[in-house]
Design a protein around this ligand. Structure first.
Ligand SMILES: Cc1ncc(COP(=O)(O)O)c(C=O)c1O
Length: 400
């Protein structure tokens, strides 16, 4: 199959027989043994494995406290609640994110205010500064694609001090000037969904070096109770409830998987980086493709590899590129539709701002497959597909 053969969307033979996903988890024998040992341990929830996972995460991320929770969305909910955010408050965030980021604000009764992104596709400090009002209570930045947000630059641009939450669902293992994600913001939230750098099936965590915030998050994770089931042993069976929490706990089985996965984090990030480097090296010569940004001093954890399509130079619009890649058996996708333009946010939430950079990206981004077990041959399929689609589209075959 050559670059000039017709793409599958125009009736050609699809490049892939087996579809190539955009992301996929990796489970090895050590993970399986860890989960089996947890199942045999007699403790399925609470207990030492949760504490061990939290200590390992905190040590890796150079932060005082880690609190493991049910998923990354809950981690965001608890981070916002721990800051006391509620009705009448505003929280500034980015439209270039998964909807869970803004939902955490909306759920408290506060208003998400959308600021624009910069060249790095993370929140632009000047745009954030312009969005601050007397009602602003916090900023939630998102480490888009795995690149850590420059939290220090964000804080320096603010007209008054505000807590910054980093939604680092994409960036476990990344660093800025040698400082790991987790140590950069007031609260950092992580996700361990299977497409992320490490997985616990579903799972997430809040990281902070503030003991009071960590304590509030621990209580919120456990119905607002003053003690956990582990602590209520012997004579200590009484408890009180001091805040409105819920059951947001992770199981010991998940924690066992997390501990095992975390041991391989460095290798996973290295493999992801290698795939991203190879994409960069090949795609740089293809017209109309903008490569992911690589700001100096920042090491990405490469959760995803989103390219930016320039429709004029490439030959067709972004939607056609995704449709054509999918016809080839390559599960390219979009991260993300702009949150402020989703129906829920148009109808009831989110202060509309001028966010031209984010809107342009949301119209032009295409996420290409990237995960550690992906082979060079898989990657070559993606590149060949893009080349074929470009040759066909630039030849005038598609208008939109
Ligand atoms: C930026 C971002 N924030 C939050 C979440 C939510 O994480 P979870 O799926 O673990 O709830 C995700 C999930 O992909 C995400 O990409």
């Amino acid at each position: 199959m050559s670059v000039t053969s017709p793409p599958a969307i125009a009736g050609g033979t699809p490049i892939r027989v087996q579809p190539l996903p955009y992301g996929r988890h990796q489970i090895d024998e050590a993970d399986i043994a860890a989960v089996v040992a947890a199942l045999r341990s007699g403790t399925l929830t609470g207990g030492a494995l949760i504490a061990d996972f939290e200590h390992a995460l905190a040590a890796r991320c150079k932060v005082e406290h880690a609190v493991a929770v049910a998923n990354g969305s809950v981690a965001l909910d608890l981070a916002v609640l721990a800051l006391g955010i509620g009705p009448g408050d505003e929280v500034i965030t980015t439209p270039l994110t998964f909807v869970a980021t803004a939902n955490a604000v909306l759920r408290t009764g506060a208003v998400p205010v959308f600021a624009d992104v910069g060249e790095d596709r993370c929140l632009d400090p000047d745009s954030v500064a312009r969005a601050v009002t007397p009602r602003t209570k916090a900023v939630i930045t998102v480490d888009y694609s795995g690149l850590p947000s420059d939290v220090a630059a964000l804080k320096a641009a603010l007209p008054r001090p505000l807590p910054v939450i980093a939604d680092s669902a994409h960036s476990l293992g990344a660093s800025l000037d040698g400082r790991p994600v987790g140590s950069l913001a007031d609260i950092t939230t992580l996700s361990f969904h299977p497409v992320k750098q490490i997985t616990t099936g579903e799972g997430g965590a809040c990281l902070t070096s503030d003991a009071d915030i960590a304590d509030r998050i621990r209580k919120l994770r456990n119905h607002g109770m003053t003690s956990t089931a582990d602590e209520r042993t012997g004579g200590l069976w009484k408890y009180d409830v001091t805040m409105l929490g819920d059951n947001h706990r992770m199981t010991a089985i998940q924690a066992a998987l997390g501990i095992s996965q975390l041991r391989r984090l460095e290798g996973v990030v290295a493999e992801r980086s290698e795939i991203a480097d190879r994409y960069d090296a090949i795609l740089i010569d293809l017209p109309g493709i903008g490569l992911p940004p690589r700001p100096a001093g920042r090491r990405s954890a490469w959760h995803i590899y989103p390219i930016e399509i320039d429709p004029g130079a490439f030959g067709c619009e972004r939607d056609s590129v995704i449709d054509a890649l999918r016809a080839e058996g390559i599960e390219a996708t979009l991260h993300y539709p702009a949150v402020h333009l989703l129906t829920l946010y148009r109808e009831r939430g989110g202060v509309p701002r001028t966010v031209p950079q984010a809107e342009q990206l949301c119209d032009r981004l295409v996420t290409l497959p990237l995960y550690p077990a992906m082979t060079v041959s898989d990657q070559d399929d993606v590149v060949l597909a893009l080349q074929r689609i470009h040759v066909w589209a630039a030849g005038g075959a598609v208008r939109s």
